[in-house]
Design a protein around this ligand. Structure first.
Ligand SMILES: Cc1ncc(COP(=O)(O)O)c(C=O)c1O
Length: 447
């Protein structure tokens, strides 16, 4: 294929790529983690180009087949969500136009869209603005950078359960790291904070990485700066569980991963500030070739606001942060967060089976899930962004009895996860939910 043809829009090629994608996504299958098999991709860089479509065929394996089915409602995806199909379309537009937010001339519309979309979401966290980044590792670093330069802070204080990105940020910024013990619920022990935190950035976590614990978010009012790492649980602010994050609105800055519970394709996150203008000033660099200051860590930066804006505008304020409505494993963790009020702890008690808040709400005539079963549809028939309508599936017989204990496969996985040092007390009740799934639809794990 001549080189130039790769740049001319080819509707047939795009349709074929879409067909391959839909074919894979529509397969009912079971949620599984595929073993890594040898790829059907030339080991040596082909001396002569294969042509676009043939190359795409080769890449189908790693892209569409050897994948973890995070979109499957039975997949305990923890933090990696399925993405609404509309975000694929928006991400494709962004890829095709390839705007660069570094320069106003290279992204006239996208540079206006980003602050607008951030402005829609920020008030839910008590913040007034900020910007988009590829992930919360960078969002945390950006917030701590602004904190250091605005306050002169010399230390970062966080709990021992804080995400490793906090330690990374402290290292990069040359700040001392002070780790505070946690209580039985994995929350920062407020009573063990240093007496004087006036020279410190105190980082509180909303949804610790291993257990989903929420620190007391109003703690450390005397700190030079208070940052909330809400990478995971932040979108609860946009859900019926908003109160679990009470106190977040007293922070100076907040980090939220949009590619977790805001259902965005990677890479997407927000760094938010109570005083965005002051933060922007210390985060800005000028360059002789720039018509506007370059704010923050990124140089060239793509149009992340397009898929996020589509999602937020498409669903409205009650929509985007609905981890309690999605059909993936995180919903169970949200369930546990949701069942306990803030202050009462967010960690699953051993043996606590919890309920799957990912399940659609019950209606007067049985649950939406059972209605969906009767219709032979996906369990979220009310959601138009889901593509997996499975009309061909036979209706399921009446509810099977739920075994009381996790079964053998589940216990094996518990051991596997324990090897990965995830606390069994938290994982076990999550996995116990697998018993709700018919055997053939349970997740299988190949290691
Ligand atoms: C609490 C917390 N903070 C920060 C991060 C880092 O976020 P990202 O993976 O978006 O860089 C994570 C990711 O799991 C997290 O759980």
């Amino acid at each position: 294929m001549p080189y130039e043809e790769d740049f001319a829009p080819d509707a047939d090629g795009l349709r074929e790529a879409l067909r391959m994608l839909i074919e894979v996504r529509s397969e009912a299958g079971s949620p599984h983690i595929n073993p890594a098999l040898p790829l059907d991709v030339p080991q040596q860089w082909p001396a002569v180009g294969l042509g676009g479509m043939v190359a795409l065929e080769h890449l189908k394996g790693p892209a569409l087949e050897q994948v973890s089915r995070l979109d499957h409602p039975g997949f305990f995806a923890h933090m990696d969500p399925p993405t609404p199909w509309m975000t694929w379309a928006a991400a494709m537009w962004a890829a095709a136009m390839n705007q660069n937010l570094l320069h106003p001339d290279a992204a006239p519309g996208a540079r206006q869209l980003e602050p607008l979309v951030v402005g829609w979401l920020a008030p839910a966290f008590g913040m007034r603005g900020g910007h988009l980044l590829p992930g919360s590792t960078l969002a945390n670093l950006t917030a701590l950078w602004a904190a250091r330069d605005l306050t002169g802070a010399r230390r970062v204080v966080c709990s021992v359960a804080a995400h490793l990105s906090i330690a990374k940020a402290a290292r990069v910024l040359g700040l001392e790291l002070v780790e505070v013990p946690v209580d039985d619920h994995q929350r920062l022990r407020e009573d063990l904070l240093p007496d004087d935190v006036s020279d410190a950035v105190v980082v509180l976590t909303a949804g610790t990485v291993a257990t989903g614990a929420v620190d007391p978010l109003s703690a450390a009012r005397g700190a030079a700066w208070r940052h909330v790492d809400a990478a995971w649980a932040g979108p609860l602010r946009l859900s019926s569980h908003a109160r679990l994050l009470d106190g977040i609105d007293t922070a100076d800055s907040v980090a939220v991963s949009a590619h977790k519970w805001l259902y965005q394709p990677k890479d997407s996150a927000l760094v938010l500030f109570r005083e965005p203008q002051a933060a922007q000033e210390v985060l800005s660099f000028g360059g002789s070739y720039l018509a506007a200051p370059n704010v923050g860590l990124l140089g060239s930066s793509g149009d992340r606001a397009l898929p996020l804006g589509r999602h937020a505008a498409g669903l409205g304020p009650a929509g985007p942060g609905r981890p309690d409505r999605r059909g993936h494993g995180s919903g169970r963790a949200a369930g546990r967060l949701g069942q306990r009020r803030a202050g009462a702890g967010a960690v699953a008690a051993p043996g606590d089976r919890g309920r799957d808040l990912a399940a659609p709400p019950r209606t007067g005539r049985g649950s939406a899930r059972s209605n969906a079963r009767r219709l032979g549809q996906h369990r979220h028939p009310q959601r138009r962004d889901m593509v997996s309508v499975r009309r061909s599936q036979p209706a399921r017989p009446a509810r099977a009895r739920r075994p009381r204990r996790p079964q053998r496969a589940d216990q094996q996985l518990i051991r596997g996860l324990a090897d990965n040092r995830r606390p069994v007390s938290v994982i076990r009740p999550i996995l116990a939910g697998w018993a709700d799934w018919p055997r053939e639809r349970r997740p299988t794990v190949s290691r």
